[in-house]
Design a protein around this ligand. Sequence first.
Ligand SMILES: [Mg+2]
Length: 182
Amino acid sequence: MKVALDIDDTLFKNTVLRDTLNEHNFTGTYSWDLHEIPDHVLSIVRSRFADPDYMCSITPFEGNPEVIKDMQSKGFELYAVTSRLESVHNQTRQMVKDHFPEIKDVYFGNETKRDILINEHFDMLIDDSPKYIQEVMDTDIQKILISNSHTPYNFDLREHSQGKILAFSSIVKFWDYYSCIL
Ligand SMILES: [Mg+2]
């Protein structure tokens, strides 16, 4: 089973967006495409997304290193698949290697993951982004949507069946129910 794992707010707790919003007293809700956020704040967010000093000093969600070790021991082939910007690619590879040595490699998409997932024959996608889950809805790739306190943009999707095992975050929803991953 070849598994694609998202990095930001799935494997790692990304505090860059939230910290920036707090600094600018933005307390509203926001969608995955961030269109509710004022332009002057959004431009700061975007510049930080491109800066390895911000993006590559984050840490995994508690429990994730153990989950990843367990998955590897059960025979899952683990890869990270992310749309992170090119300016942070090298340091992102290193960050993943440092925290998750079981992950074999990192694939970088350009605002899409579909081609990578299909062309590289992935069997499963684990991601907090409704967009990337939707992109492969017409395929037989297993889809697991991660929903946690960092992902207000997918709270509306939480009515779907709840998984029971993964610890990628405090709350996990399975898009396609997959009861025996661990
Ligand atoms: Mg993500």
